[in-house]
Design a protein around this ligand. Sequence first.
Ligand code: ATP
Ligand code: MG
Length: 445
Amino acid sequence: MRLSRYFLPVLKENPAEAQIVSHRLMLRAGMIKQQAAGIYSWLPLGFKVLKRIEQIVHEEQIRAGHIPLLMPTLQPADLWRESGRYDDYGQEMLRIKDRHDRDMLYGPTNEEMITDIFRAHVSSYKELPLTLYHIQWKFRDEVRPRFGVMRGREFYMKDGYSFDLTREDALHAYNRHMVSYLRTYERMGLTAIPMRAASGPIGGDNTHEFLVLAQTGESEVFYDAKVPELKLGDREVDYDDRDAVAAICDEFTTLYARTDETHDEAVFNEIPEERRCVGRGIEVGQIFYFGTKYSEAMGATVSTPDGTRVPVEMGSHGIGVSRLLGALIEANHDDKGIIWPEGVTPFHCGIVNLKQGDAATDSACNALYKALTEKGLEPLYDDREERAGAKFATMDLIGLPWRITVGPRGLGNGVVELTSRRSGESEEMSLEAAVARVAEIYANH
Ligand code: ATP
Ligand code: MG
């Protein structure tokens, strides 16, 4: 993309309404525009990152054997009357009447609808296990929408629903979700810690939240200092191997890590003092095993091998896709702007032309652009008639992890400059070497 033809409405001033750095930077970098409290338009740069995150979530869900579908945002109230949640949900639910005076709602979550789909089409244990998920907009009329996309009213969520015959099978689905989530966050360059959580209004006896450590997080968290060091890395996971999947879950959940809701001071105090950490975290996902709560209420049963019928065992598992943009920026920024991890960056690399209109620099930038594109990379070329300082400031603000700077002096010596946004370090090399280096960096992303 050439910046002169793109739509990147960056702000020079710090927006007064933004209380935390991620919200401020998303507004300044022209990623979002607020349309009403907690409701945003996703401008091109923000939309691109949202899609990158969504893509990673899809890939890891599909890898775990989970199946994508798409349910609507608007739902009939009658489904929620069956489960009893139409009255229970309270003011967070946005209720709407259609022209025929029928009660509708903008879905805050989809347990009822997915159970309705299940009962219409599945009746035998032979069709299990089954996990269906979608990535769809949700609406919750939060009392205090704030922090930009972190606590919106309209937000984008991946929600998956597992169906199994037995509790044991359902716990394997739970574990599969935990491991697939760990992989998902790691690919984004994030450390998200599974913490034992309280079950809340959805009900259920097994639940973990995934928290990204950040001073601006809304949850208070208590954990062993060794927990954030745990990594999946590039180990292969066989999602059908129950013991292997359970062993990974044990590895990540045995050491102490809890939110204030489940915190137990006495157990916490058994950790050696120098490892006891108290901090704050952003909830970027949650997994639940809740058994037959919805299947019983809504008559979703399956036949068993011995010919009887039982309510299906269920779990629901969510990732805050739009909240992740905020969490990623909280965890990756400096005083100049955002620093995107390679896994989610909107463009792979920036190209800065120090002397726009100069035949030699223009043609080198065009060659660079073409070579990067041919490697399957997406560069953002700042081809505006702007001072170098302004071009650098824009690149630093929007946070592309790599920048190639092309100027007449360097070209005279046959080199361009490759700069890392994270370390700030620059290295001179030939144009071809710069292309090869950037391609190599992204080979694993
Ligand atoms: P919270 O405790 O932050 O209100 P929740 O526990 O009610 O969230 P879940 O029902 O677990 O939310 O939804 C799954 C994920 O969706 C959460 O882990 C979070 O990342 C995201 N999420 C929930 N509410 C919002 C919101 N208002 N804005 C953006 N993301 C949200
Ligand atoms: Mg939650």
